[in-house]
Design a binder for this molecule. Structure first.
Ligand SMILES: *Cc1c(COP(=O)(O)O)cnc(C)c1O
Length: 495
């Protein structure tokens, strides 16, 4: 199977080339030329399999240069419990009520769903380098809104043949998220804050990727750049697997009959996670509606409802920082998939670059609206969800998952849709202790890492070990760079 750039269908590469490159040189994103199919019987056959085997089977369908044995080997290491994940189910589905299921995607080493992909990506990337004959050291550049950075650092730490440099928005991530990153261990890692927001960091990194002079300089020093953001296909692919796995679990639990549909509701930022759900649907997982949930940065809600993407709007820092995004990179993949036209995508992306907005044509908007519902809510509505679900169901939501729950409630009120829904739970509540504590009525969260113990006491559940162990780790990185100086930071890091 070949992969093509969203902006140029003639730009055709193998899976391993797509994974090594990350972002296509024309600025486009790679996607597979076709979508492999799973029959209902294939899904039923996966029910008895442990998570790593389910994941390997799904990935194999997209990666014909990799053997099943290779992929299974990677999956067993990436998803090992208890070494990496604190439960062998890896992405367990929890029943909240008869129509609402939560898929907990945060049982990995950094307590956010990013681990599901970023524990796997280093194996895919280093193997892809071998397959493509790339001998240089690969330097992973990451722009993070909070969780990707830590998950990528943890995934790539001390992986031979790689270095990793992470940029996060100064003041734009939670205290725990920041602490997780600046205390990162490993000999091949670097972390810097950027003066600006996530979009500034992401645009800065994208500019570096298209800077041919810089690439040449780095190549002379023996380095090649790649990306661990969800613009890299190697990030999206492992995420498809857990939606397939969720359906298997629902079948096993008798929550749905084989072939009957579910909805999937995803707290969305860069559109990577929900795009993976779209792929699972188009591979054959019975999905009726994909519900795209946003916080006050509601650019995607407006887009899905009206067909107008307008990034020129106020940027809000919210209690769900990993969704504070106005330019959702992976939407470009959906535009290509549903329009079928690289020329159309080039046009929209040119307009986005020049004017900050675009309107898709009527036909494309209809295609999007047929598959996606969208909604947004405020921090306060999210906090109400956290409070209500905790007191009523005894379930503690994080601030991102709470946005999804609130939007799901709106959706149900508007549509009377009773299809069972899987809500992607993207982070442990312990990553956002202060907001979660305030939501459940503790007006005075304590300072520093003691807030983790405070939340554990109040909710009566121990904190995940990687977070409990943060206290007392030395800070290794405290640099802040101007947003125009990211390239300098890279050349310095790779000296
Ligand atoms: C990254 C992240 C999101 C957004 O996911 P996208 O794939 O960027 O849409 C939502 N919640 C949490 C906790 C995250 O870390």
């Amino acid at each position: 199977m070949y992969y093509v750039s969203t902006r140029d269908s003639a730009r055709r590469v193998t899976a391993s080339e797509a994974i090594v490159e990350g972002l296509s040189r024309d600025g486009g994103l790679y996607l597979p030329e076709s979508i492999p199919q799973l029959l209902v019987d294939d899904l039923i056959a996966m029910i008895p399999l442990p998570y790593p085997e389910r994941a390997a089977r799904v990935m194999k369908l997209f990666l014909d240069e990799f053997s099943m044995q290779e992929l299974l080997g990677y999956a067993k290491k990436a998803y090992a419990a208890p070494q990496k994940f604190d439960t062998p189910a890896c992405a367990p589905v929890v029943r909240l009520d008869s129509a609402t299921y939560i898929q907990e995607l945060w049982h990995g080493p950094t307590c956010a769903f990013k681990d599901m992909a970023l524990q796997m990506l280093p194996y895919l990337l280093t193997a892809s380098m071998q397959k493509t004959g790339e001998q240089k050291t690969v330097c992973i550049l990451v722009a993070t809104s909070g969780d990707t950075g830590k998950a990528a650092l943890e995934g790539f730490r001390d992986v031979p043949g790689t270095k990793i440099l992470v940029f996060y928005p100064d003041g734009g991530v939670s205290d725990i998220q920041k602490l997780q990153m600046v205390t990162q261990e490993g000999r091949n890692v670097g972390v810097a804050a950027v003066r600006g927001n996530f979009d500034d960091a992401q645009s800065g990194v994208k500019r570096i990727f298209s800077d041919e002079t810089l690439r040449r300089t780095l190549a002379e020093r023996g380095f090649v750049l790649s990306s661990a953001n969800s613009i890299n296909w190697g990030r999206v692919l492992p995420q498809i697997a857990y939606y397939v796995s969720a359906y298997c679990d629902l079948l096993a639990a008798g929550a749905v009959k084989a072939g009957k549909p579910v909805n999937i509701c995803v707290p969305t930022g860069n559109f990577g996670n929900i795009l993976a759900a779209w792929y699972a649907k188009h591979m054959g997982v019975p999905v009726k509606t994909l519900i795209c949930a946003s916080n006050e940065n509601d650019v995607l809600t407006e887009f899905i409802r009206t067909g107008v993407y307008n990034s020129r709007r106020p940027f809000y820092q919210t209690a769900s920082p990993s969704m504070d995004i106005l330019i959702s990179s992976n939407l470009e993949r959906l535009l290509r998939l549903l329009s079928g036209s690289d020329e159309a995508v080039r046009g929209y992306m040119r307009q986005l670059g020049e004017t900050g907005s675009y309107r898709v044509d009527e036909k494309l908007h209809r295609a999007i609206a047929a598959e996606f519902a969208a909604g947004s809510c405020t921090d306060r509505e999210g906090a109400e969800q956290i409070s209500r679900r905790f007191s009523r169901d005894g379930y503690l939501l994080d601030t991102h998952t709470a946005i999804a729950m609130a939007v799901l409630e709106q959706y149900r009120a508007e549509t009377n849709d009773a299809v069972p829904t899987v809500v992607a739970s993207t982070a442990s509540p312990f990553k956002f202790c202060a907001s979660v504590l305030r939501a459940i009525g503790q007006t005075e969260p304590v300072a520093g890492t003691a807030v983790i113990d405070q939340l554990a006491r109040v909710c009566g559940t121990p904190a995940p070990r990687p977070l409990a162990e943060l206290a007392g780790k030395p800070v290794r990185f405290c640099r802040v760079v101007e947003r125009s100086c990211l390239a300098d930071a890279v050349t310095e890091f790779l000296r």
